[in-house]
Design a protein around this ligand. Structure first.
Ligand code: S3P
Length: 179
């Protein structure tokens, strides 16, 4: 951690279906932090579902909305920020988030991700003929971004509650000397 960082929030990154929202809500509840989900806030502000933004405006327009939102988040304190799975693929987003957040990446195997998302329909990038193949390909191309997180947590063998506890422990350790 460099001295330039002023850690006052928690950011969760990771692929679709890795549990960012569930874990984020648990962490926020226990730390008495506010919970913010970038996808939900984009939907609220645009009045459109993410799938409709992709279909009507295209993925680049969605990525721009994400980047604009990330710019605003440094104003916040005591917030758990759960991010859309593709948000860290813009390296500037992660640099900005790291200025004020401890960044955790939740990690799962492609097979586990597929199991979790296969019956859901709201993710436009997984509307593919071979969703598991798409998950594998996207994970390979995104791995280098996800690994920029401060802490990488395998959420495979742990419950959401256990993952949340790990996030809290690491956040407390990282911010202790600064209190
Ligand atoms: C995306 C992940 C989604 C959402 C959008 C694009 C991605 O968020 O932002 O469908 O590029 O991985 P979740 O990770 O919350 O599903």
């Amino acid at each position: 951690m460099t001295d330039a960082r002023h850690i006052k929030n928690i950011t969760l990154i990771g692929f679709m279906g890795t549990g960012k929202t569930t874990v984020g809500r648990l962490v926020a509840e226990q730390l008495n932090f506010e919970f913010l989900d970038t996808d939900a806030l984009i939907e609220e502000r645009t009045g459109k579902k993410i799938a409709d933004i992709f279909a009507q405006n295209g993925e680049p327009a969605f990525r721009q909305l994400e980047a604009q939102l990330v710019e605003e988040l440094g104003m916040r304190t005591g917030t758990v920020i759960s991010t859309g799975g593709g948000l860290p693929t813009n390296p500037e987003n992660l640099v900005t988030l790291k200025n004020h957040s401890l960044v955790f990446c939740l990690w799962l195997t492609p097979e586990k991700i597929y199991e979790r998302v296969k019956d859901q329909t709201h993710r436009p990038l997984l509307h593919a003929a071979d969703p598991l193949g798409k998950i594998r390909a996207l994970l390979i191309s995104r791995e280098k971004f996800y690994k920029q997180a401060d802490v990488l947590l395998n959420s495979d063998l742990r419950s959401a509650r256990e993952v949340a506890q790990q996030v809290i422990t690491q956040y407390r350790a990282a911010t202790k000397t600064r209190r």
